[in-house]
Design a protein around this ligand. Structure first.
Ligand code: TRP
Length: 331
């Protein structure tokens, strides 16, 4: 390694006291005491949940991860050029940054890459990613451990920057939450900055429903695992086998609606919240929505947030899209 390369690693941690799960009790209580019960998707990803999600991304039916990777692999150089050869890549929900390396490689090749900022809720993963990327690319890495829905404005590093939010996770936001998130991202963008967003696209019911109801049952296990998380973290007494996985395409809302259905009448005790929750036989509780987009609809959503599309790429089969935007008032 060239010892004259000075790469700096900084990791700022802005988690509330109590860590990533600190708001969990109040949040779960609010969701389970509504007439139509719901749980936030943020509790899926304990160790087992993360492993199961990894397995989902490798299922034959679950195309989004592969489709997004295919776009990045084919278009990374074009993305870098359309974004004005940015010096800095900021990645929201960076995780282990496996797809990111495709973008970093393209920026490196174009000679513009100076810095990377992974932003994630998991401190350990962010530290590991920061160290690995700094070593591999010899660049400055400024990691930020936070809930980016809360601490978006703390994002470090000067530009020109590209802020990337990959994986289609924007589809898991409710419409109002999505609108305010995009408006806040728009506010962070300077005249030379861009926002790169991964979105899954509307397609046939068959393909969409298969992606969330795989034949091996991995998705069902992943969905039901959230109940084990509540049992462990909150002392709840959910019988995981007394619920079944449900996922269906809602063609009015343009989302896959993901739920857990109670197979019996049952009463769940959650002592740490001081509540009991009654489920009727067949009652469904929402655990996630996964919104799918079309280019026109997305352009409208961007416009409301003050963003405009600069470029748009899909995979050869047209399953998934990456779109590059900038602030509409700074064009
Ligand atoms: N965010 C992923 C998606 O919307 C997560 C996911 C895949 C998921 N399969 C799931 C979430 C099943 C809940 C249940 O595609």
């Amino acid at each position: 390694m060239d010892s004259t390369i000075t790469n700096e690693i900084t990791v700022d941690v802005h988690l509330p006291p109590g860590g990533p799960l600190s708001g969990m009790a109040a949040d779960v209580r609010a969701g389970l005491t509504k007439p139509f019960k719901e749980l936030s998707p943020r509790y899926f990803y304990d160790e087992r949940g993360s492993e199961l999600f990894e397995a989902i991304t490798e299922l034959p039916e679950y195309y989004p991860t592969r489709a997004e990777r295919a776009i990045l692999e084919r278009q990374a150089a074009g993305i870098c050029a359309s974004a004005g050869s940015p010096t800095t890549l900021i990645e929201l929900g960076s995780g282990s940054a496996s797809k990111t390396r495709v973008l970093l490689d393209a920026m490196d090749k174009a000679g513009c890459l100076e810095a990377y900022a992974p932003v994630d809720i998991s401190e350990q993963i962010t530290r590991d990613t920061a160290e690995a990327v700094a070593a591999e690319y010899g660049i400055t890495v400024h990691g930020l451990v936070c809930d980016f829905e809360r601490d978006l404005e703390r994002i470090p590093l000067a530009g020109p920057r590209v802020i990337a939010f990959l994986g289609g996770t924007i589809g898991n936001f409710e419409p109002a939450q999505r609108a305010s998130f995009l408006a806040r991202v728009a506010n962070l963008l300077g005249p030379e900055d861009h926002f790169l967003l991964g979105t899954d696209l509307v397609k046939s019911r068959e393909v969409l429903e298969a992606a969330y109801n795989d034949s091996a049952g991995v998705t069902a296990a992943f969905n039901k695992n959230v109940l084990s998380v509540l049992n462990r973290e909150l002392g709840a007494d959910f019988d995981v086998d007394a619920f079944e996985h449900v996922a269906f395409w809602d063609d009015e809302n343009l989302w896959v609606d993901i739920r857990l259905r109670s197979l019996a009448r049952q009463l769940i005790e959650i002592p740490s919240l001081g509540i009991r929750v009654a489920f009727g036989r067949g009652e469904e509780m929402r655990t996630e929505i996964s919104t799918k987009f079309a280019r026109d609809g997305l352009a409208g959503i961007y416009a409301e947030a003050g963003l405009e599309i600069v470029d748009w790429w899909t995979d050869p089969e047209g399953l998934f899209a990456l779109s590059l935007t900038r602030r509409a008032d700074q064009a």
